[in-house]
Design a protein around this ligand. Structure first.
Ligand code: BES
Ligand code: MN
Ligand code: MN
Length: 466
């Protein structure tokens, strides 16, 4: 059977068309569950979400769907093995979402999805419930129209947004069960709805927290100010010293190992369409700022960063209180690129900040979750199948791009399971993931559902399996 034949292709598209409304409504159902993994208040909802994904996988036609317990939230695992001799695609996604705050900036409540201007507004609509669910609906479509050409295994986790700390252990304990040929992930973006692209790399992450303590309690800033170290001032000075005037990070050894791109590779990257004015307008800035010598696409794709994610200390209430604070804290993350390593970066950071901290304060440095940077192959059958599938549905060949975000487990798929990933995402950078008013285009949702069966088909075909 050739699933690419015009008749089966229209069968697939007919099925999607006929079930369009239900496909949307089922996603809306999932978006109503506030599965925020970072906040323990939502624990029952996160667990409810895991159950809901399990039910959806079973209804779509998977065998042996189960919730596999971990030290944290369960992994939803399901599979459909049609023939052990056929290739196996392992689909990864996550059912947890980021916290929705600040709530007052949402134009409609984050867990009461609404469709406006062809976009589904809700926390998780794009990252990653919408994109994960495209795979379940594509799978249902292939099952119901008798067009599943490969084996498929689903592994949908509930802790991606908090660093996937327990997923490495899950991989180690389930090596046999997770045997397959490739990992397929939709949790990234495309350049535009008329400019398809596939991420061929992701940045890693090293996330630190710093606490600076001066006097053992808040002091009167007039009585003591000028003679005693102010931890907030000190923290700001230390952070400011981590970048020079070219926005180059000054931590000794930080760039060691960073994979530099050749002139040709940079020229290739520069071919991707990019409009600076649109970029600025989309996020409400009047000027960009970054490392000298690199373009915006390079700054977010192939260069590491150091950013304060949060900083606090002293008096932040109403009015003015004259106080010399006892403590100052900051959460600082560094995005890493191929050649860097999160553990080593954490050590370099700790060593540097310790070396510059004045004796007048005490310093506490701790490490949060991390993740390693990855590059995914462009010469593999799986990449070619993804590229061909997208070319078919978008009418344009997808451009290889580097994703600025992180998906910590991707590096472990390679080191623990020996499997490479394909990052076939369908979101847009402007979908406001992690921000208020997150949304996902109805166009993008159905583009994903249409493209995934083609990926399966080309993948099987190119492997000589059909
Ligand atoms: N889906 C994102 C990652 C992403 C987004 C990659 C856009 C490329 C383009 C993922 O859910 C995410 O937010 N990851 C976190 C990782 C962290 C919580 C360990 C990130 O990048 O901050
Ligand atoms: Mn995600
Ligand atoms: Mn995310």
């Amino acid at each position: 059977m050739n699933t690419a034949s015009p008749s089966t292709k229209s069968e697939i598209n007919n099925y999607i068309k006929t079930n369009e409304e239900r496909f949307i409504n089922e996603l809306l159902e999932l978006l109503r569950i506030p599965s925020v993994s970072a906040d323990s208040k939502y624990k029952p909802d996160v667990l409810k979400m895991a159950e809901a994904v399990k039910a959806k996988l079973m209804a779509a036609g998977a065998d042996k769907v189960e919730l596999v317990q971990t030290a944290g939230y369960p992994v939803v695992y399901g599979e459909k093995i049609i023939d052990v001799k056929l290739p196996t695609v392992v689909v990864y996604g996550h059912y947890d979402v980021q916290p929705a705050d600040p709530l007052n900036l949402w134009t409609s409540p984050p867990f009461e999805p609404v469709i406006k201007d062809g976009k589904i507004f809700a926390r998780g609509s794009c990252d990653d419930k919408g994109q994960m669910f495209m795979h379940i609906k594509a799978f249902e479509t292939m099952m119901k129209t008798n067009n599943l050409p490969c084996n498929v295994k689903f592994m949908i986790e509930g802790e991606e947004e908090v660093g996937s700390a327990n997923l490495g252990q899950f991989l180690k304990e389930n090596k046999e069960r997770l045997k397959g040929d490739v990992i397929l992930i939709s949790d990234t973006s495309i350049l535009g709805n008329d400019t398809p692209s596939i991420d061929v790399g992701l940045r890693g992450l090293c996330y630190m927290e710093v606490e600076v303590t001066g006097p053992d309690r808040d002091l009167h800033s007039g009585v003591y100010g000028g003679a005693v170290a102010n931890p907030v001032n000190i923290l700001c000075e230390m952070i400011a010293s981590m970048k020079d005037k070219n926005n180059h990070i000054t931590i000794p050894g930080f760039y060691e190992g960073v994979l530099e791109l050749s002139k040709e590779e940079r020229a290739e990257m520069a071919k991707a369409p990019f409009n600076l004015d649109t970029y600025k307008k989309e996020i409400g800035i009047s000027e960009i700022l970054g490392e000298t010598g690199y373009t915006t696409i390079e700054r977010t794709g192939i260069r590491p960063t150091l950013d304060v994610n949060g900083i606090w200390g002293g008096y932040t209430g109403e009015g003015a209180k004259t106080v010399l604070p006892s403590k100052a804290n900051a959460k600082i993350s560094m995005r890493l690129v191929p050649g860097q390593n999160s553990e080593k970066t954490a050590e370099l950071f700790t060593k540097y900040i310790t070396s510059i901290a004045p004796k007048s304060v005490k310093l506490k440095v701790s490490v949060h979750h991390g993740g390693e940077p990855v590059l995914t192959p462009t010469d593999s059958i799986a990449f070619k199948a993804a590229s061909k599938a997208m070319e078919k549905t978008f009418g344009k060949k997808p451009i290889p791009t580097r994703g600025g975000g992180s998906i910590p487990i991707v590096a472990l798929f390679e080191s623990v399971l020996g499997l490479k990933s394909v990052l076939m995402g369908f979101g847009l950078d402007t979908d406001a993931i992690h921000s208020p008013n997150e949304h996902f285009g109805v166009f993008n949702y159905f583009k994903g559902i249409e493209t995934i069966p083609l990926f399966f088909n080309y993948y099987a075909e190119m492997q000589g399996a059909k």
